[in-house]
Design a protein around this ligand. Structure first.
Ligand code: NAP
Ligand code: ZN
Ligand code: ZN
Length: 348
């Protein structure tokens, strides 16, 4: 067994604190990764705090993992010891349903095996995520990471990156499109970078006036304060797409009104509850609303390769593991620029 040091939520109320556990020895098809950096996603907070229902405690969050391969099983052909590697939101799936075959394992009919808050397939062993010193994962669910990019800024690509890249690609967003990104946090700042990189005209829609200069530096062409009613009125019927990354309860109807005829709101933010949807906001301009969940392994690799080619990484604030509870408090106040990343060396 492999001894692992971690930080865990023991329940929905108390702060995260140290936790030690064992992972199984590296299987024939698995690699062992020494975790170097682990991003902090708002989904970690939702899960730890029970926003989406009861979690499996003790819960070790973290699904934006980058590190170095330190051991490979005897059947491993895709990775070698010493290489950089990444792990995202899931570590297994059924591998035989239509979604798995198509490389969209996140939509697996049997349910993907989450990197945390899941059970290893066919067992009662909980999965533990990236707020830990090391992880073992099947090679088919591990990503190659370029050594050209700053590793700290790569970690958030494994969730915030793919979650925003995937729907923009699915909808073929690019030149000639007016795209609004709603909410400037971890997902939002990656959405701005990708949408601008794909050639769209990007507007940042934010509740935080202090983020205007940053939004523009990230690549947004315009910034609009959603708390100002006159600004909201002036933006009615403006956008082809709105990528909604908001983590807290909000009124979708207000923002749907900003879509043009035939416009689409892409929901990636996953607040625990929502306001009722008014049919008229959709009906009158044939607007749509769609959801999107992370991305499959194939597309995640494509996104990482795109980032290496175009020198795209997340803007991060590196923290020690024991800062995690303050980081959660700050994210709940929309105070993050724009992703906390844990330096796992702080666990040694
Ligand atoms: P984050 O870094 O905390 O950013 C969320 C941003 O939403 C805030 O910075 C803030 O931006 C805005 N916001 C917060 N409360 C708001 C409110 N009441 N009204 C309007 N805007 C508000 O969170 P994140 O890590 O980017 O995650 C965002 C959401 O996506 C979470 O719910 C997370 O669980 C979900 N998620 C979904 C997927 C998926 O596959 N679909 C994947 C990862 C995460 P401003 O200051 O600019 O207003
Ligand atoms: Zn996430
Ligand atoms: Zn499947």
């Amino acid at each position: 067994m492999i001894q692992v040091k971690a930080f865990a939520a023991y329940d929905a109320e108390t702060p995260l604190r140290p936790f030690e556990f064992e992972r199984k020895e590296v299987g024939a098809n698995q690699v062992q990764i020494e975790i170097l950096y682990s991003g902090v996603c708002h989904s970690d907070i939702h899960t730890a705090k029970g926003d989406w229902g009861p979690a499996i405690y003790p819960l070790v969050p973290g699904h934006e993992i980058v590190g170095k391969i330190i051991k490979t099983g005897e059947n491993v052909t895709k990775f070698e010891v010493g290489e950089l590697a990444g792990v995202g939101c899931f570590v297994d799936s059924c591998r035989k349903c239509q979604s798995c075959i198509e490389g969209e394992e996140q939509f697996c009919d049997e349910g993907m095996t989450g990197t945390y808050n899941s059970y290893e397939r066919g067992t009662t062993t909980p999965t533990y995520g990236g707020y830990s010193t090391t992880i073992t994962v099947d090679q088919d669910y591990v990503l190659h990471v370029s050594d050209k990019l700053d590793l700290k800024g790569v970690a958030p690509l494994l969730c915030a990156g793919i979650t925003t890249y995937s729907p923009l690609r699915y909808l073929k967003v690019g030149k000639g499109h007016k795209v609004a990104v709603l909410g400037l946090g971890g997902l939002g700042h990656m959405a701005v970078k990708f949408a601008a990189s794909f050639g769209a005209e990007v507007t940042m829609l934010s509740t935080s006036p202090s983020k205007e200069a940053d939004a523009k530096a990230l690549g947004a062409h315009h910034f609009a304060l959603t708390t100002d009613p006159a600004t909201m009125d002036s933006l009615a019927n403006s956008f082809d797409f709105i990528l909604n990354t908001v983590s807290a309860k909000h009124d979708y109807n207000t923002y749907l009104n900003l879509l043009k005829k035939n416009g689409t709101m892409i929901i990636v933010g996953a607040p625990p509850a929502g306001e009722p949807l008014q049919a008229f906001t959709l009906i009158f301009k044939r607007r749509s609303i769609m959801g999107s969940l992370i991305g499959g392994i194939k597309e995640t690799q494509e996104m990482l390769d795109y980032c290496a080619e175009h020198n795209i990484t997340a803007d991060v604030e590196v923290i020690d593991m024991d800062y995690i509870n303050e980081a959660y408090d700050r994210m709940n106040k929309s105070d993050v620029k724009y992703r906390f990343v844990i330096d796992m060396a702080s666990m040694k």
